[in-house]
Design a protein around this ligand. Structure first.
Ligand SMILES: [Zn+2]
Length: 72
């Protein structure tokens, strides 16, 4: 049995409950699969927003003519 570091729920230590992690002391992630999934989704959404914001900025700059400057 292994207790998840995040939700604290104790589960059987196997690959269906815990993601494998080569750097982990027991070869498994400290967080259970459900928590890891949640974390990954959050990270993905944050990343997605970041990319969208970068795009917005890029087009705003383009509109303002910042990228019109040519290197000769
Ligand atoms: Zn958990």
């Amino acid at each position: 049995m292994k207790k998840c570091a995040k939700c604290g729920i104790e589960q059987e230590l196997n690959t269906s409950n815990f993601p494998k992690k080569s750097t982990g002391k027991d070869g498994f992630d400290a967080q259970c699969k459900a928590c890891k999934k949640e974390r990954d989704q959050k990270r993905y959404q944050e990343k997605r927003e970041e990319i969208l914001n970068q795009k917005k900025e890029y087009y705003a700059k383009k509109r303002n003519g910042a990228s019109v400057i040519n290197k000769t």
